[in-house]
Design a protein around this ligand. Structure first.
Ligand code: 5GP
Length: 121
């Protein structure tokens, strides 16, 4: 079983965060450094470090992330105009916290998916 993470402490309410949704499988809280008017992290309660660590047992939980994302987008009033869901993986994905999480970002036009100054290597 993967080690507890910083996000686990938020999920277990040992560290404060602005939690907007929680059930037995998933916790969602506002990003501390929002990139848009709505920026929420939707996190499986179980520690899965990266997408590379996903197993077939996780299928229901990971599908549930989308159900929660859709609900939160409606709650935030951003569903109609659209939003972005993204999951970073590993070094090239710029993942900072190794507890898989989906970003729900919206509330303004978000532009292109990748900035033009990401250099080809
Ligand atoms: P990643 O780059 O791993 O996909 O995203 C990690 C996200 O976690 C970042 O957007 C960062 O702002 C957010 N974050 C880092 N530390 C904290 C924290 O202590 N509280 C909250 N709410 N978000 C955090």
């Amino acid at each position: 079983m993967a080690e507890n993470t910083f996000f686990s402490k938020i999920i277990q309410r040992e560290i404060p965060a602005d939690i907007v949704f929680q059930d037995e499988r998933v916790t969602a809280f506002r990003d501390i450094n929002p990139q848009a008017p709505t920026h929420i992290l939707i996190v499986p309660n179980k520690v899965i470090p990266t997408v590379n660590d996903v197993s077939p047992d996780d299928e229901n939980t990971l599908g549930h992330l989308f159900i929660v994302a859709k609900k939160l987008a409606e709650d935030e009033g951003i569903a109609e105009h659209g939003y972005r869901l993204l999951i970073n993986c590993g070094a090239h994905g710029n993942q900072e916290v190794f507890h898989l999480h989906m970003h729900l970002v919206g509330g303004k036009p978000l532009g292109r998916m990748l900035s033009r100054n990401v250099r080809e290597e």
